[in-house]
Write a protein that binds this ligand. Structure first.
Ligand SMILES: [Zn+2]
Length: 350
């Protein structure tokens, strides 16, 4: 359990609910009520970290000035849609800046050793937001902005982002696909929204090999997710040797989620958290921060948040699943090895 002088920081603020959604939209303020129920159960072990608005300069390290202006102008005519899925209400610019700023400060506090680890329960989510385009409920790419802040403020040279939201984080991948200093690893349903993230997308130019896409067919659950984390994600992150790990932590691969077809349970989220916490302990002094992305079932958000915190508060040894695993997992590992084994030979071993 983290000691009192090294708390677990949590970024939680009622203002995140002021990004108002259209009626019956899945990305709605109620999502955070479910997350908060789980946070409240662990409140004795959590230290609040008040969010502040990200500065424009911090945001435009990832997004174009035109993108920032697009959001600024959209809120002037709010409520408005930026695409079929993505909306703004009157306070959305302010709230999106708060989400990005809270994520930056959480990452910095963990990187500086002021916190043992932490979780940012923010919305709107971020990983679909491209440099020049809001997308998929996302306005600013919180995790990408935080990764750049770690480099800019603290000079971190290598950061790993693990994205287990059920959707591919196209915006995060595209932000860093030419950049060997940031490893982006995603497990996601494929084919599915947003359409990107097949195995062969492995980075570009100098960044070739620093993108790992695990494109999962519908119906995968704990066995496939945990098996891939142990046998593909872990060797990739160990080889990369990051100075900090950020988790794009969506809970929409949960079995109750209405926007996907996966079957991850609370036990799966607990096991994946144990595995990533063990990586952080072994590689980077435990520096690990979770950033909320999607998750559209109240049960999934509450169980998932509870599982992540439970694992962080009770850091047992990660338990590799018994192998050799099922045929589905074996073929996923084979597809991964076909792309990456030349650069990461220990990847995918059963
Ligand atoms: Zn998602």
């Amino acid at each position: 359990m983290p000691s009192p002088d090294r708390p677990i920081h949590v970024v939680e603020d009622i203002r995140f609910r002021a990004h108002r959604s259209p009626p019956r939209h899945p990305e709605n303020p109620e999502r955070l009520a479910a997350v908060s129920r789980a946070l409240a159960r662990h409140a004795d072990h959590l230290t609040p970290l008040a969010p502040r608005a990200a500065h424009r300069e911090e945001i435009i390290r990832i997004h174009s000035p035109g993108h920032y202006a697009k959001i600024l102008n959209a809120v002037k005519r709010a409520p408005a849609h930026l695409d079929a899925d993505t909306f703004v209400s009157e306070q959305s610019l302010e709230i999106a800046k708060l989400a990005a700023g809270g994520t930056i400060d959480l990452a910095l506090s963990v990187a500086r050793g002021e916190a043992a680890c932490g979780i940012a329960a923010v919305r709107p989510p971020g990983h679909h937001a491209e440099a020049d385009r809001p997308m998929g409920f996302c306005l600013f790419n919180n995790v990408a902005i935080a990764a750049r802040a770690l480099q800019h403020e603290l000079g971190l040279e290598k950061i790993a982002i693990l994205d287990w939201d059920v959707h591919h984080g196209n915006g995060t991948q595209h932000s860093f696909e030419n950049d060997p200093s940031i490893l982006y690893v995603s497990l996601h349903q494929f084919p599915h929204y947003p359409g990107t993230g097949n195995f062969n997308e492995a980075g570009e130019g100098a960044g070739l090999g620093s993108t790992l896409n695990l494109a999962l067919p519908p119906g995968c659950g704990d066995l496939e997710y945990c098996g891939l984390v142990h046998r593909a994600v872990a060797p990739m992150i160990r080889r990369f040797a990051p100075q900090m790990i950020l988790v794009s932590c969506g809970f929409d691969a949960h079995r109750d989620d209405p926007l996907s077809d996966m079957n991850v349970s609370a036990e799966g989220y607990r096991e994946m958290t144990h595995a990533v916490a063990e990586l952080a302990r072994d590689l980077c002094g435990g520096r690990l921060a979770f950033v909320l992305e999607g998750g559209y079932a109240a049960s999934g958000l509450e169980e998932g948040t509870d599982a992540v915190l439970g694992a962080l508060l009770d850091p047992g040894e990660a338990r590799p699943l018994p192998g050799p695993a099922n045929r589905g997992l074996a073929s996923l590992l084979e597809a991964t090895r076909a792309v990456h084994a030349g650069r990461c030979p220990d990847l995918g071993a059963l």
